[in-house]
Design a protein around this ligand. Structure first.
Ligand SMILES: [Zn+2]
Length: 352
């Protein structure tokens, strides 16, 4: 990696947590991601969810057709399956053989299209045992869903109620704590005792590095800054920035970019999710530069993800230049539009 005040050259990054949905809208969002990233982990929360290897293969074929129609030949989707109460050990072994990179645990009702999620983690123990045995990572949406727990506390409570017991029962299971948002999660992952081989990591989104919860209410309700887990207080943002820029291999890039049409966000019950894919790398560069740690960006964006998933690092390089880029107010999304993160504003870093 080489950095100067106006230019960063780094090994091409990957996005370890991405939503692209399905059908017509897919190619609009894939183009943004494929422009910056070599690979991305594709989340399985479609309607109906991607629960089997056969469904994932069919989804991959549709993604590849979409990439082809865009003329993109240098992007690899990494497929995941949606863990349910009924996932069998057989399906786990089949998934491993088919190159599926992980299973995603959504507590039932936690976020977009998660109704088919896990109602009680104990019901998944057969599948989790098989995952531990074959070295299949578990990707967790780390929030409890009980209505009596305050929405700002759900991640911290998840650590105590679910994650810590889970790690005790499955000490060799590789776990990615997805899109962490709190000081508690950042410190839990940073300080966790694992075996010789590290088994715990976390992804962090650009919005959680750049914004605190005031951004949801700045001068009025801001639906495009609403995502789940929801933005937290400033002290949490600072803790996330600290671990992301620390050089620890346990923290890596996962945008959680999630496309919702403008109308589905600007409504009486708007969807959760930020569309950060348009200039995700510029957003991360801004966050790292803000604390004088641009030299730590390459590890976070390009090395620690593949290392944790035991995949090869990319070899191509990309260059970010300090050249202001205006983020459009809206982008096309099928026959609708989408409002990207920081719409109408200017971002300092752009892809060369
Ligand atoms: Zn997500």
């Amino acid at each position: 990696m080489s950095t100067s005040p106006s230019k960063i050259q780094l090994i091409q990054p990957d996005d370890w947590h991405l939503h692209i949905r399905d059908g017509e809208v897919m190619k609009d969002v894939l183009a943004d991601t494929a422009r910056q990233f070599a690979r991305a982990i594709i989340m399985p929360n479609l309607k109906p969810p991607v629960t089997t290897v056969d469904l994932a293969s069919a989804y991959r074929t549709r993604i590849e057709a979409s990439l082809q129609s865009l003329g993109v030949h240098s992007f690899t989707p990494l497929m995941t399956l949606y863990l349910t109460d009924n996932t069998s050990a057989d399906e786990v072994r089949k998934a491993k053989a088919a190159g599926i990179v992980g299973f995603k645990l959504y507590p039932a009702g936690a976020t977009t299209n998660s109704d088919a999620g896990v109602s009680d983690i104990q019901r998944c123990y057969v599948a989790l045992e098989a995952m531990q045995a074959v070295g299949m990572p578990l990707l967790v949406h780390g929030e409890v869903t009980s209505a009596e727990i305050d929405i700002f506390d759900r991640e911290a409570v998840f650590i105590d109620q679910v994650l810590e017991p889970l790690r005790k029962d499955f000490p060799e299971l590789k776990i990615v704590f997805e899109h962490i948002t709190t000081k508690q999660a950042a410190h839990y992952v940073r300080d966790a005792q694992t075996g010789e081989k590290n088994t715990l990591a976390a992804t962090i989104t650009p919005q959680h590095l750049l914004m605190n919860r005031n951004a949801i209410f700045a001068g009025g309700i801001r639906p495009h800054n609403y995502c789940l887990p929801v933005l937290k207080r400033e002290e949490h943002r600072i803790a996330l920035l600290e671990v992301a820029t620390s050089g620890s291999p346990r923290f890596f890039l996962g945008t959680d970019s999630a496309p919702h049409a403008k109308g589905a966000k600007e409504t009486s019950c708007g969807c959760a999710g930020c569309y950060s894919a348009f200039n995700a790398l510029g957003l991360y560069a801004e966050a790292f530069e803000g604390v004088g740690k641009l030299d730590k960006l390459e590890g976070f964006a390009s090395f620690f993800g593949p290392d944790f998933y035991s995949l090869p690092r990319n070899s191509k390089t990309i260059t970010l230049v300090k050249q202001a880029q205006s983020i459009p107010a809206e982008l096309p999304l099928g026959d609708a539009t989408i409002v990207p993160l920081r719409a109408g504003e200017t971002i300092a870093w752009s892809l060369a």
